[in-house]
Design a protein around this ligand. Sequence first.
Ligand SMILES: Nc1ncnc2c1ncn2[C@@H]1O[C@H](COP(=O)(O)OP(=O)(O)OP(=O)(O)O)[C@@H](O)[C@H]1O
Ligand SMILES: [Mg+2]
Length: 494
Amino acid sequence: MMWDRETWSSTFSSLIMMVCFSSCQRLIPEVLYYVARRFKRLINYFYQTMEIRFHEYPDGVSFIRNNAYADIEAYLGSKCRAQASLLKAELLNTTRSIVYTVDAGERIGDSLNGVKVRWESLTVAPQAKSQYAPPVNRFYSITFPVKHKNFVTDHYLKHVVEEGKAIRSKNRQRRLYSNIPSKNWWNYTSNLWSHVVFDHPATFETVAIDPKTKEEIMAELVRFTGGKDYYAKTGKAWKRGYLLYGPPGTGKSSLIAAIANFMGYDVYDIELTAVNDNTELRALLSNISSKSVVVIEDIDCSLNLTGQRSKKAKKDEDEDDDSESDEDTTVKAGEDKKSKVTLSGLLNFIDGLWSSTGGERIIIFTTNHKDKLDPALIRRGRMDRHIELSYCKFEAFKILTKNYLDIDSHDLFGRIGQLLEEVNMTPADVVEHLMPKSPAGDAQTSLESLIQALEIAKEAQKKKEEKKQGTKAAIPEQKKQLKKRSPTSKRTNL
Ligand SMILES: Nc1ncnc2c1ncn2[C@@H]1O[C@H](COP(=O)(O)OP(=O)(O)OP(=O)(O)O)[C@@H](O)[C@H]1O
Ligand SMILES: [Mg+2]
């Protein structure tokens, strides 16, 4: 039980009175009274408390929820299990874990840097009875010694809100957003995205990529998420750009899901071919929440942002040296029936608009053909890191066997390692063989099936190379024949 100012004062005063009136009548009552008052002041100094309330619906007449209330709820939820006698429990779909919150009337003690506070969950009747007002208004009340007022308001509450936010974002059911074709929009501010629950199982443990690259990406992401002050100081948009490139089935989409899961972010998958022009693109990008991964898959196919732009730019430069700036020479969608979105439009939004809206965002482009992309799109600073996802090598294979067969080693690993050095097989194809074909399928059968497939692929690769060599050998022979005939043709020309 916490002894507050009132309890101390009244107890002491009663004691003094008893002493005064019963056993010590000969002592001067004024002196005792004076001592009592002094003591009361001392007690007040140490025990005078202050209260701050955080209402769930601050105005009490509408459903506009107080974010601080939600953050405190999450924070106390993480503290309450040991202390509260009545808890509310909820099963989360995303993490499949049970989350606890403090029920009304419960008290929780907490401390930071030695300063003790007391939280209480309470309810009050709503100010107005209306169908648009909440039926009951809940609030959290924090009580603390008044001498720690500055510490609590400046540091402790900030700590509570930040921790609560982090817990909420971890527990939150995340979403996968897709842009709605603009012909179905009501206006440019709402209903631009449709969403489903994002429940992709990929994680950094399950994605088979070079372990060193994986470690580096994870370290970068951790640095990025804690870099708010750095980005604010340098005036850069709080964003990180990745370009994932490699053949189909090498894990680009899986890596995006792993990044989103690692960060606890929502995913916005932009289908650029459904965006008509830069105005629509601006509307879409302005309606992306903070803490999100924005994905543009197969950027080389989505838009005419790539090789054709360079060609057009070059052609324009040749025809008219000072005709247009680099950015304006993008291919306009009029020429490309797919969309009027331009490269400059896309880049402006990524670099400019987001810097002004704050919030952490990761943008990821994927392509099967990196060489086809315009350098302006993928230059460093815009795309911070280029990650190649390639054919399955032995290190990646071991991650796949751990995930799919739950084994770290096997007699057949040696042969498979050798074949993977000689043959190009994507992780997606390897996975096909690792998945058991029947309920009784074992590791041996899966690995043998993989070896068989690798040997067939090796044979096919060999034949292809031989054919290529044959064609190469035939070309010089053809050239020789042509040279023999050339003097005649020269004469004819003359
Ligand atoms: N590196 C990998 N690690 C783990 N699984 C992988 C990897 N690459 C592919 N797979 C498996 O293959 C399937 C297809 O992979 P994914 O969709 O990530 O490839 P992608 O590179 O995005 O292909 P595309 O270029 O066709 O979009 C995944 O569902 C996963 O099971
Ligand atoms: Mg993909």
